[in-house]
Design a binder for this molecule. Structure first.
Ligand SMILES: [Zn+2]
Length: 118
């Protein structure tokens, strides 16, 4: 009762570099909620674990990222303009000394139109 749906789109929901969250889950939820509003699908991306298995950083990427994850080496070309590479939208959270996590990288731009229009 009394629920108000405000479709699209709270600009306050857009993540920013330097945002701090109290846990990985909170950061992940935040990005997934944002993804929902921005009409793309977020999935877990690469992460780095430290000694003892606690994460140093974790990233989440657009589900249309499309990089091949196999292969012996990732080859970076200087000209990355070929469009078949997939979407590069991502966020990375980095652990801080006090146990919180911070947005350290963010790519907002997608290389495709939002899912809704496909
Ligand atoms: Zn995308």
């Amino acid at each position: 009762m009394g629920t108000v749906y405000s479709p699209c789109c709270d600009v306050h929901i857009t993540p920013k570099i330097g945002m701090v969250f109290s846990s990985w889950e909170e950061g992940e939820d935040y990005y997934k909620t944002y993804a929902l509003h921005a009409q793309f699908c977020a999935r877990r991306g690469p992460q780095k674990l430290g000694e003892g298995g606690s994460p140093i950083w974790k990233s989440f990427v657009c589900s249309k990222q499309g990089w091949r994850e196999m292969g012996p080496a990732r080859v970076y070309r200087r000209n990355m303009h070929h469009s078949r590479c997939g979407c590069k939208a991502m966020i990375r959270f980095t652990a801080q000394d006090d146990g919180t996590i911070r947005v350290s990288h963010l790519v907002e731009a997608h290389t495709h139109i939002p899912d809704e229009y496909i």
